[in-house]
Design a protein around this ligand. Structure first.
Ligand code: SAH
Length: 510
């Protein structure tokens, strides 16, 4: 637990892959009142922060400092002295070319207590994700971490190049892209064989990872021809030769592909996770936000007479989530559903029910309202009393068709969907920069909400061709068509995992 007194936590944010943040850093971030973070720290970590945390970006992109180191030190001291618990989040490890020690010394001098939480340094993780182990019994028994950021005009180099060349060590240079030629020349002049394998790893462990390998004498030309920019690491040594065999991460099918995920933030995680596991760079565009209803007296009354319904139909994960939240708030649990049959419109909804201990009696083979009606008709809905707790804005197809089949239907809105605050201009900018290859739509409302924020005319310029539009199913597809667009990708099965697969294959039948 954190103390009440002001204190600074120097936290390593890891190399970029959000999964490489330590548990300790995550816990401290979630408790901090002030968070001071750098350019290389993944901003997704800010989601762990308290909603009332003060977030301060202090930049530092290749020397373009938003705040000078002195000003950062002063800021940390001042915040801690005002009693704040400060998380100082730094890319990689704070003590590996991170100026963490300077900050710690300043804090000590100012009488501010501090702790260090080491992070996974990019020096280890970047090469590992590019298929380069830093040591290997056959090829290298030591590793040297070196700054490549020396001023080329300096007469005396801080490095003993002969010693580095002789060491047989794997050499990892940070901040070396600008001085690449100087570094490789110095190593060759100092006696390292020009044919020694060398690699550059850029944005290691992130969806933008790129690596390339050549010899020590060839790497500069190759890097120039590929327009390699910082942040990147230069790795020199025999271990680099293993990259051909061990380069696992760059095999991911969607690596570097940009995907706009238009789901409500509350439910974006499954699609996001599936796409990111395949290497995609996801841009969350939470085009709808789920909001509770102002009050739930109708739902609470329905809880009292659940036995009087024959069927309870859930149409979304959110519906299940909110239903059970209210059920629990009333001091009740799943046993209330003992007297009626339960249907789930899709597998994700069915899974959400399972998590609450309910195995649905009916899940349609395909996940559109029309099929649900047909399936329920087969089970006999004539004269059945049906309760459908769902979104306020849902389509009427399902209740109307059930009524037509002779059922007595009660629709109960238990949440509303609203366009979320999200910047349409930002997404259009990313599209214009060529960073977006797919836009995904997972319901009709994600389509209409998307086009409330992005004008169809603006998007037209990029389709077809640059950007592919993917829809979860035909109803969503029809809504997209009503805005004047064609559906490029649609899975055969209307589920989130099938949609993700569709993007991965990006070819028919999708
Ligand atoms: N403390 C950090 C290093 C900060 S110095 C760490 O432990 O990783 C900044 C340099 O680190 C960059 O110029 C680049 O050389 C390297 N770097 C940081 N993150 C990187 C990444 N994801 N991929 C490649 N290089 C990275």
């Amino acid at each position: 637990m954190l103390e009440n007194k002001g204190k600074v936590y120097l936290l390593g944010a890891g190399p970029g892959d959000p999964g490489l943040l330590t548990l300790k850093a995550r816990d401290l971030l979630s408790e901090a009142e002030t968070v001071v973070y750098d350019y290389l720290a993944n901003t997704r970590f800010l989601d762990f922060c308290r909603p009332d945390a003060e977030l301060i970006y202090v930049g530092k992109q290749g020397g373009a400092h938003t705040l000078s180191q002195g000003a950062i030190n002063d800021l940390l001291v001042a915040k801690a002295k005002s009693g704040k618990r400060v998380a100082r989040l730094k890319g990689g490890d704070p003590y590996v070319f991170g100026r963490g020690a300077e900050e710690a010394e300043e804090l000590l001098a100012a009488g501010v207590s501090f702790e260090v939480v080491p992070g996974v340094t990019s020096a280890v993780a970047g090469p590992a994700y590019a298929g380069i182990p830093l040591t290997h019994r056959q090829f290298a028994s030591s590793v040297t971490l070196i700054t490549g950021h020396e001023d080329p005009a300096k007469k005396e180099s801080a490095h003993d190049w002969e010693a580095l060349a002789r060491s047989g060590s794997t050499l990892v240079f940070f901040m070396g892209v600008k001085n690449l030629e100087l570094i490789t020349d110095n190593l060759i002049k100092a006696g390292l064989a020009p044919e020694t394998p060398a690699a550059l790893v850029r944005w290691g462990t992130t969806c933008e990872q790129e690596s390339l390998a050549d010899t020590l004498s060839g790497i500069t030309t190759l890097a120039r021809s590929r327009n390699m920019k910082p942040p990147a690491l230069l790795v020199v040594g025999q271990v680099v030769a293993l990259r051909d065999k061990l380069n696992w991460f760059e095999q991911r099918p969607l690596l570097g592909k940009g995907v706009v995920v238009t789901r409500a933030r509350e439910q974006a995680s499954t699609l996001l996770r599936l796409l990111e596991d395949s290497g995609a760079c996801c841009y969350e565009f939470p085009s709808i936000a789920i909001r509770s209803m102002p009050e739930y007296s109708r739902l609470h009354a329905a809880f009292e007479r659940l036995d009087s319904y024959d069927w309870l139909i859930f149409t979304s994960v959110n519906g299940v989530r909110i239903f059970w939240k209210e059920l629990r708030a009333c001091g009740l649990d799943s046993r209330r559903l003992g007297g009626c049959s339960v249907a789930a419109i899709g597998p994700a909804t069915a899974e959400a029910l399972q998590k609450n201990g309910i195995t649905p009696d009916f899940v349609p083979r395909r996940y559109v309202a029309e099929e649900v009606v047909q399936g329920l008709q087969e089970l006999g809905v004539n004269k059945a009393r049906i309760l459908i707790p769902r979104a306020e804005q849902a389509r009427e197809v399902l209740p109307e068709a059930l009524q037509a089949a002779g059922a007595e239907v009660e629709v109960l809105p238990i949440y509303t969907t609203q366009p979320a605050e999200a910047s349409g201009t930002e997404i259009l900018e990313r599209i214009a920069e060529g960073r977006v290859q797919f836009i995904t739509f997972t319901s009709s409302s994600t389509v209409s909400n998307f086009f409330q924020l992005v004008s169809p005319g603006d998007l037209q310029a990029f389709v077809p061709g640059k950007v592919k539009l993917a829809c979860i199913g035909p109803i969503t597809g029809r809504t997209l068509e009503s805005f004047g667009f064609q559906v490029d990708l649609q899975p055969e099965e209307y589920t989130i995992p099938a949609l993700a697969q569709c993007l991965i294959h990006s070819s028919p039948p999708c």
